[in-house]
Design a protein around this ligand. Structure first.
Ligand code: HEM
Ligand code: FES
Length: 634
């Protein structure tokens, strides 16, 4: 307790509990990642990890929030409650991996501080459908961090119980933020009907359990009105089982009236540790009231914890007359010694007062079932059975949910990125309208192929190729591709003038591509068109991230496009096949900074379409882009 802040030592039941937790979580993540990798081989590893740990954390949060009311409804669940701290810390670690990876992936390596970017990349706070859902997750993660960091009893003692309790009640704020995080973000664009359905069911279950537990408490809390009387008749002596308590509500406060060894004494029902219900505790062989939540102890005759611990709770004067228990509803200062009332015929308390307020109905059933003590090596067998069944059922349901969510994900695009694989390319650099490498097609027929160029991470390649327009070069890079369109991430500093000599005998690998034949570049006007689509950053969309479009990708696309990566309009035909058009202004200038607020939204753009080699370009003034109503898919 307050003297030393050491964790309760490992014992068989704690070890079993933690093993079940580790198995449940690792199994869930492995199942989720395994199913996603099998069904969607083009999904990027970050996406699989992000989704598996995000959903695991959210599920675990539901389990944690359900345990409290479950224990109020059925005390046999109490062993789950006293071990809840490990669930909480595990949940935070999963959430931290999810949030940290999301910040790194979507906001890192770009032109802004990633933490600032979480709040500023998407600024559509005015739209429910486009609402920035990531800040909601961020604030929730900060709350979960504060809770995990202060979960040790050291902090409980130093912050004081009320502050600690208030801080930990913020879990409900975090939960509400996360429901919105999932509802406003992930579920609207990417994961089919299962996430919304399960999130709704989860929220309904948590709310339902809390309401049911509150109703049970309210039913049990029958206030006994003492009026002006000094003592109140709270129950019959026989209503209190040996070493247990009857809880009465006196002057608005719950009072636990214990009976043991022919005596009766009353203390406040609220444990000093975390407000646990002392009246649901027991008096153990050492003569101390033992809290059912984490085993803090108090002496019934003075409300003080046994030496060397220092907690104390308020006590109450008691008396016994004619087999009835009488309690003075005015609390004595915490830790005040009171002589217990004696039970039994002639021994009935001689100090019993004259005027006694009549008894109210008996509020709560005194609990007669087996009792869990946190630091004992084993719970009684009936409790062990309940804990085992609850753990097995929870793991089974969680794995089933993981399996369902993993298999129900929206199909991933046939897009890929040769991460870490460098190839040599040969072609002609073009700065205009965006950095590209122009290569002849393999057989030299048809228009030359334009490979969009970018620098690593979230940066365009304009600086890398500045002043080299029209130059024949070889360069190293990693390829991303989707539906026949390709993009090359250049290895910085790898551009060399000229083509490598064929058969130069150096054993160097053959470059991919060759410069186009002289005079083959052509800009072909294709007329005025009105197109409906979504703006994405070309790099992620063409395969560097998968998925690289829709709302989940919006923040990352903002960083990429601000960093100079060409924005493209994705237009889908009736079958859903995507084509991309590079966006430039009506005067041919780059429009990166003008489109930032419209990324990932349904848009209609009217402008003139041109073909530069095999690259489609849409010329239009961004001021004329028209937002389509939220929710309409282009
Ligand atoms: C810094 C804080 C956070 C950020 C930046 C963040 C970001 C994201 C992103 C980008 C997605 C969409 C991923 C995708 O669909 O590919 C997502 C989804 C999700 N997040 Fe978070 N998140 C954060 C915190 C949290 C926390 C604390 C939890 C739960 C404890 C959580 C639970 C979820 C869940 C359940 C999903 C939906 C499943 C999924 O699609 O992955 N997130 N989050
Ligand atoms: S509330 Fe934790 S021991 Fe009582």
């Amino acid at each position: 307790m307050t003297l030393r802040y050491q964790a309760v030592g490992w014992n068989p039941q704690k070890t079993r509990y933690d093993r079940a937790l580790a198995l449940g979580v690792l199994g869930y993540v492995a199942l989720f990642v395994g199913v996603t990798a099998t069904l969607h081989p083009t999904a990027t590893a970050e996406t699989m990890i992000l989704r598996s740990v995000g959903t695991a954390a959210f599920l675990l949060l539901h389990v944690i929030l359900a345990i409290g009311p479950l224990c109020r409804l059925d005390r046999r669940f109490l062993p789950l409650l006293s071990n809840r701290r490990h669930l909480g810390v595990t949940m935070f670690l999963l959430a931290a991996v999810h949030g940290g990876l999301a910040i790194l992936q979507f906001h890192g390596f770009g032109d802004a501080n990633p933490f600032v970017s979480v709040f500023t990349a998407n600024t559509r706070y005015d739209s429910l459908a486009q609402f920035p859902f990531q800040p909601l997750g961020f604030v929730a993660l900060v709350i979960l961090f504060l809770m995990a960091a202060t979960s040790h009893d050291f902090w409980l003692a130093n912050l004081t119980a009320p502050v600690w309790k208030a801080l930990h009640m913020l879990v409900y704020v975090a939960y509400a933020l996360l429901v919105l995080h999932v509802a406003l973000g992930a579920m609207q664009s990417d994961t089919g009907p299962w996430i919304p359905t399960l999130t709704g069911l989860g929220a309904a279950a948590i709310l339902g359990l809390h309401l049911a537990a509150a109703a049970k408490e309210r039913r049990a809390d029958v206030p006994v009105d003492g009026g002006a009387e000094e003592f109140v008749d709270v129950c019959a002596v026989d209503d209190i089982p040996e070493r247990r308590a009857h809880v009465a509500v006196l002057a608005g406060e719950r009072v636990a009236v214990f009976r043991w060894d022919g005596k009766v004494a009353a203390v406040s029902n609220a444990c000093q540790h975390q407000n646990g219900p002392l009246g649901e505790g027991r008096i153990l062989d050492d003569g101390c009231i033992t809290c059912p939540w984490h085993g803090y102890q108090y002496r019934p005759d003075c409300g003080r914890s046994p030496e060397p611990f220092t907690e104390k709770v308020p006590t109450f004067r008691t008396a016994v007359r004619d087999g009835r228990v009488l309690v003075d509803p005015r609390p004595l200062p915490a830790g005040t010694a009171v002589e217990p009332a004696r039970i039994g015929g002639a021994d009935d308390d001689a100090t019993a007062p004259e005027h006694v307020a009549p008894a109210g109905p008996l509020g709560r059933d005194p609990d007669d079932g087996p009792f869990h003590v946190l630091y004992l090596p084993e719970d009684p067998p009936p409790l062990r059975r309940v804990t085992r069944r609850a753990a097995l059922a929870t793991v089974a349901v969680a794995w089933l949910v993981g399996l369902t969510l993993a298999s129900a994900q929206r199909p991933f695009a046939p897009a890929s990125f040769d991460f870490g694989v460098m190839r040599i390319f040969n072609g002609r650099l073009e700065e205009d309208p965006v950095p590209s490498l122009v290569m002849s097609t393999p057989r030299g027929d048809g228009p030359p192929h334009r490979l969009l160029l970018t620098s690593p991470f979230k940066w365009g390649a304009a600086a890398e190729i500045a002043g080299r327009d029209g130059e024949i070069v070889t360069l190293h890079g990693s390829l991303a591709w989707r539906d026949g369109r390709m993009l090359l991430e250049i290895a910085p500093g790898s551009i060399r003038s000229g083509s490598p000599d064929d058969g130069d005998g150096t054993g160097a690998p053959e470059p991919v591509g060759a410069p186009p034949m002289a005079g083959t570049t052509a800009v072909v006007p294709l007329g005025e068109h009105t197109l409906r689509g979504e703006i994405v950053d070309s790099k992620c969309f063409l395969g560097v991230m998968n998925p690289g479009d829709l709302k989940v990708h919006r923040a990352c696309a903002v960083r990429c496009i601000r960093g100079g990566i060409p924005p493209v309009l994705v237009v889908r035909d009736r079958r859903g096949v995507a084509s991309t058009l590079l966006l430039v202004g009506s005067d041919g200038r780059l429009v990166n900074d003008d489109v930032l607020s419209m990324i990932a939204e349904p848009l209609e753009i009217t402008g003139s379409v041109e073909r530069h080699d095999d690259l489609l370009v849409l010329r239009a003034d961004p001021e004329t882009y028209r937002r389509l109503p939220d929710g309409s898919r282009p």
